[in-house]
Design a protein around this ligand. Structure first.
Ligand SMILES: [Zn+2]
Length: 452
């Protein structure tokens, strides 16, 4: 397949922006060739092409649209999809622990295997339409735990997105459920392997310090050791997590997890809002991977992560949605805006928000699961989006931030390709019938809400 006549933001080693370019994708799903100045117009400086080329059936004429790497969401919860529009009984939850108890821990207990599958399926269609090609999911369904990751994997394969799956181990529903969660992680990692087949990979899921005993964490560390999958865990999302660790263990959340062997260079630590200066130094030293979720943090009123300080200390910080939105561009904008609001300084946040969304997520995907995505360069996997963006001002490698913030982030996604396979074309999902999926998911949600 050749994508012709595109304006390509490559994110390659020299961050090139190419005009009228062709990108050739091999049948193995890898990018084979990136060539500027050729394209359907054949008017470029290249001499290899004799001029306008007829389109082969599999080829795509970009008509000058912007081609860039598909977006990556490094922390989400697809099981939350069917909660959209749900009514909570009683008064509104007034803090984060109440939000968990009144909404998420009631919802996850009510999920059955079909809910798990359809929430993932309909959620993934939503993500595809927003240009997200890879999601790192964190799943919980305590009354439908065994095999739940297979249900999610099935949805990923049907829609055609790349995913990293794990099951959320917690002691909050008693020892039997905690053991079942450990077993589900081990079973899935043993079956897929840490890096999986490149499309579906695995990590070892843990909920958070405040719902996990030392005993369960030690069991998880022991089980993970031979698997090498790395942990995916919520860290100091709310102040209550930090207060719990200080009260119970006389240390911070990060220190507790480090001392138990949970926090390593393979760990994906979501949030890290309530971390101390010492914690930040420790995270950098450990080489841990932090995922910032700015919209969810705002929505739950848990605070604003110290993104600037984390990055300055050398911590690798990626970006996730925590299930709040399928639109990673909104997370990018919110990450940027919140640092300005937090510091009262309009000069900050540019480099950090840009890096988190566009550079660090791909670094995390490569480091933890060997996924070579997030760049348009020969050899990388072909995870690409075509965006309806025709810049009204000069677009160059040096001014991408302004175009992302004010233009590209608002532009419709026309096409999504993952691993060389077309998932979205002309803004429609071509792998599954999206209207039928939404209709089926609505029926599923209705029944789920009755049990909620
Ligand atoms: Zn989360």
């Amino acid at each position: 397949m050749i994508i012709r006549n595109a304006r390509v933001v490559t994110f390659d080693a020299t961050n090139r922006v190419l005009e009228n370019a062709d990108v050739e994708v091999g049948s193995d799903g890898a990018i084979r060739r990136v060539e500027a100045g050729l394209g359907a117009r054949g008017k470029g400086r290249g001499t290899l092409s004799p001029g306008p080329q007829p389109l082969a059936p599999a080829d795509i004429d970009a008509h000058g649209r912007l081609l860039m790497p598909a977006l990556i969401n490094c922390h989400t919860h697809l099981y939350s999809t069917l909660a959209r529009g749900i009514t909570l009984p009683g008064r509104a939850p007034k803090n984060f622990p109440e939000i968990l108890k009144k909404l998420w821990w009631r919802l996850d207990r009510a999920l059955n295997p079909d809910d798990v599958y359809y929430s993932a399926l309909v959620g993934l269609v939503d993500c595809a339409k927003n240009g997200v090609g890879t999601l790192v999911d964190h799943h919980s369904s305590p009354n439908a735990c065994a095999g739940s990751l297979d249900q999610i994997e099935r949805a990923f394969r049907e829609v055609g997105l790349r995913g990293v799956l794990c099951y959320e181990t917690s002691d909050r529903d008693g020892p039997a459920k905690a053991q079942a969660a450990l077993d589900e992680n081990v079973r899935f990692i043993e079956r897929t392997g840490r890096a999986g087949d490149g499309l579906i990979a695995a990590s070892f899921g843990l909920h958070a310090s405040f719902t996990l005993s030392d005993r369960t964490l030690r069991q998880a560390v022991e089980a993970e050791e031979s698997l090498g999958a790395g942990f995916h865990i919520h860290v100091a999302e709310d102040r209550s997590d930090l207060e719990h660790a200080r009260r119970r263990f006389k240390k911070t959340v990060v220190a507790r997890l480090r001392d138990l062997g949970v926090m390593t260079d393979r760990t994906l630590a979501a949030h890290c809002v309530h971390v101390t200066a010492g914690d930040i130094t420790a995270l950098a030293k450990l080489g841990a991977n932090v995922v910032h979720n700015p919209q969810s943090n705002s929505n739950n009123a848990v605070g604003i992560a110290k993104l600037l300080e984390l990055v300055k200390a050398g911590v690798l910080v990626g970006l996730g949605s925590d299930g709040y939105s399928p639109r990673m561009w909104e997370e990018f904008k919110t990450a940027f805006h919140l640092q300005k609001v937090r510091t009262g300084d309009p000069r900050v946040g540019y480099a950090e928000a840009y890096a988190a969304a566009l550079l660090n997520n791909r670094t995390i995907a490569r480091k933890l699961w060997g996924m070579d995505i997030g760049r348009i360069e020969a050899g990388a996997r072909a995870d690409l989006i075509l965006v309806d963006y025709y810049p009204p001002t000069p677009l160059e490698a040096t001014n991408l931030f302004g175009h992302f913030l004010f233009g590209i982030a608002n532009a419709p996604i026309d096409t999504l390709i993952v691993d060389g396979r077309v998932v979205l074309k002309d803004k429609r999902c071509v792998t599954v019938d999206e209207a039928a999926v939404a209709e089926r998911a609505t029926r599923q949600a209705k029944a789920l809400w009755q049990r909620f």
